[in-house]
Design a protein around this ligand. Structure first.
Ligand SMILES: [Zn+2]
Ligand SMILES: [Zn+2]
Length: 275
């Protein structure tokens, strides 16, 4: 299975990217502030850069680490007498909880917020935003994932399903796509929808610091970070953060230097602010 991992992941990425991009072209939710030509080359370049960086820097994938863990008997699930399919399901759900908690941490710690805010500095919200993360965040989250996979004794198939699912839902829930309100109402009990995650990309601090989930919408509801809609409405809301609002900031070189420029700002959950 791991020998096919790269092909499975690339195939899923391309298929879902194309599907969401087509959906955006047919029924867009918001009028884009910038043309695709201004944003997509840099957003796609950073995905390519991140993929190459992870391959170069890290000797293993999370899936191969999970296989090794199973062989050596590492972690919780490898030491519990549970059926393999239960281990797959538990691995997927708990990895999703870990990603939710990690996302909250990237908003809470000012130094981590500096790195994560590049994702929020995109001035429009579409399928490419879902893959636009700073390389430092990608490497840090891979290391955290390795730790979680080893401690949990996650199933390799569970990790593979989780990785493909996370990639797919991240592109889906950043989609600038129109979904009927009634359908969204039910859908957001099962999966994080674009209407739900768009709130997280609002310029308003209390909205930025809500809806941290990527796959499963339950963590936000259970842990008190759920917010139904943006106050200004989906068409009236402003996407992005208060810093980095010039079009030049959408270029790759500026995106890469954003963590090191300016102040950490008032977005970090732990920062003191008057509001
Ligand atoms: Zn965030
Ligand atoms: Zn996002």
């Amino acid at each position: 299975m791991p020998s096919h991992e790269a092909a499975i992941r690339l195939g899923a990425f391309l298929a879902i990217f194309a599907a969401v991009a087509l959906w955006e072209a047919i029924t867009p939710r918001r009028t884009a502030a910038y043309s695709r030509l201004k944003r997509w080359p840099s957003n796609l370049a950073i995905v390519t850069l991140n993929t190459a960086l992870v391959r170069l820097l890290l000797p293993a994938t999370a899936v191969s680490l999970a296989l090794l863990g199973t062989r050596r008997g590492w972690g919780l699930l490898n030491n519990l007498p549970i059926p393999p399919w239960t281990a797959v399901a538990v691995s997927v759900v708990l990895l999703d909880l870990a990603i939710y908690l990690q996302h909250v941490m990237f908003h809470a710690v000012p130094a981590l917020w500096r790195v994560h805010r590049m994702h929020h500095a995109d001035l429009d919200f579409d399928v490419t935003t879902g893959a636009r993360f700073h390389p430092i965040e990608i490497v840090l989250s891979m290391m955290i994932k390795f730790g979680v996979v080893a401690a949990l004794g996650a199933s390799a198939l569970g990790v593979l399903i989780f990785e493909v699912l996370l990639n797919a839902t991240s592109m889906f829930n950043h989609g600038n796509v129109r979904i009927p309100v009634g359908l969204d109402h039910y859908l957001r009990w099962l999966v994080v929808t674009p209407e739900m995650h768009r709130v997280h990309h609002s310029i308003v601090v209390r909205e930025t610091n809500s809806n941290f989930g990527f796959n499963l919408p339950w963590w936000d509801r259970l842990l008190g970070t759920y917010r139904d809609q943006p106050a200004a409405g989906h068409e009236g809301m402003t996407i992005g953060i208060e810093q980095f609002r010039e079009a030049r900031e959408l270029w790759l070189d500026r995106m890469l230097s954003q963590p090191f420029r300016g102040r950490a700002g008032a977005y970090a959950i732990t920062s003191r602010r008057a509001a």
